[in-house]
Design a protein around this ligand. Structure first.
Ligand code: HSE
Length: 309
């Protein structure tokens, strides 16, 4: 194989109750990458499109290209590669933009080299891409983007990542208001200590959420989508937070919360029609606030990255 084009999906991290431990992949948006072997023995960024010039052009500082380099070094492979990255999703949106780029890079280089690593073995490399982009190697965006579906990170040390079942008729509505929040900043404002009372309420919800996926209990899923720890702090960064949640719930959503570190919000819904209604309701709130927004309605993406050619 001389070249490859890969799509890697956006993802919703935290899923309300599971800060840094729960996430799921969506079908769109996502990033694309093209890798082509060259004979120079070097990695070269040919182009990055769709980022308004914001992403680093330095191989070691760009999460997609740094991941590719780390995989080549790990394999002791000196293959030269030309890299073209197409950002097809907004930066700083809470939709796992850096994760999608890291996953696209990791998956594409592994396929280009004839799959020397398993998909699971790519995960720590993609997590390093997150560290480069935002300072911490959390896996709740990269793991769903790489493996598809709902993911639980039971433990980081050692890494223990579990793919959870999904519900047949579950759809996500995601609203992305045109505000930029850097994950680093949204993590910086979080309290370092929490009360035992909040911890008890939170792990009850995480357990309830996982149980709901295994028992196909939509009601339990919705009841569990409450974050007592992170959202109360982060919501101050989000104009219209309460009204967006209210409008999603009024449209029949099971639950609603901040997508990753924001500013996007997501709602999980039983059925596509309700998800569409929830998306329109959420967008109306931002329209009233004179903030432009984009709606994405998607099933839960079970496939993760895909080869496009
Ligand atoms: N779990 C992470 C956070 C996801 O909320 O900071 C953001 O990428």
């Amino acid at each position: 194989m001389e070249s490859i084009k890969v799509f890697a999906p956006a993802s919703v991290a935290n899923v309300a109750c599971g800060f840094d431990v729960l996430g799921f992949a969506v079908s769109a948006p996502g990033d694309e990458i093209i890798l082509r072997k060259n004979s120079t023995g070097k990695l070269q960024i040919l182009s990055i499109e769709g980022d308004d010039g914001k992403l680093p052009r330095d191989i070691e500082k760009n999460s997609a290209t740094a991941v590719i380099k780390n995989i080549l070094v790990h394999l002791g492979n000196s293959q030269g590669i030309d890299i073209s990255l197409f950002k097809k999703m907004p930066l700083g949106s809470g939709l796992g933009s850096s994760a999608a780029s890291s996953v696209a890079g990791a998956f594409a280089v592994n396929e280009l080299l004839g799959r020397p690593l398993s998909v699971r073995e790519l995960l720590p490399f993609a997590m390093e891409g997150e560290r480069i982009a935002c300072g911490t190697a959390h896996a709740d965006n990269v793991a769903p983007s790489l493996l598809g579906g709902f993911i639980l990170i039971r433990s980081y040390e050692p890494l223990d990542v579990i793919k959870l079942p999904s519900l047949k008729n579950l759809f996500a509505a995601v609203i992305h208001p045109q505000i930029e929040i850097k994950t680093k900043d949204a993590r910086g404002i979080l309290k370092k200590e929490i009360t035992l009372r909040d911890a008890v309420r939170q792990w009850g919800n995480v357990g309830g959420f996982v149980a709901a996926l295994y028992s196909a209990d939509y009601g339990l899923l919705g009841r569990s989508m409450i974050d007592h720890i992170v959202e109360p702090t982060r919501s101050i960064l989000l104009p219209g937070y309460d009204q967006v949640k209210e409008s999603a719930m009024a449209a029949g959503a099971l639950g609603c919360g901040i997508s990753g570190s924001g500013p996007s919000l997501f709602a999980l819904c039983r059925g596509q029609d309700i998800a569409r209604k929830a998306g329109i309701g959420m967008a109306k709130v931002f329209e009233d606030l004179k903030i432009e927004s984009e709606i994405y309605v998607s099933e839960i993406n079970q496939k993760g990255p895909q080869i496009l050619n």
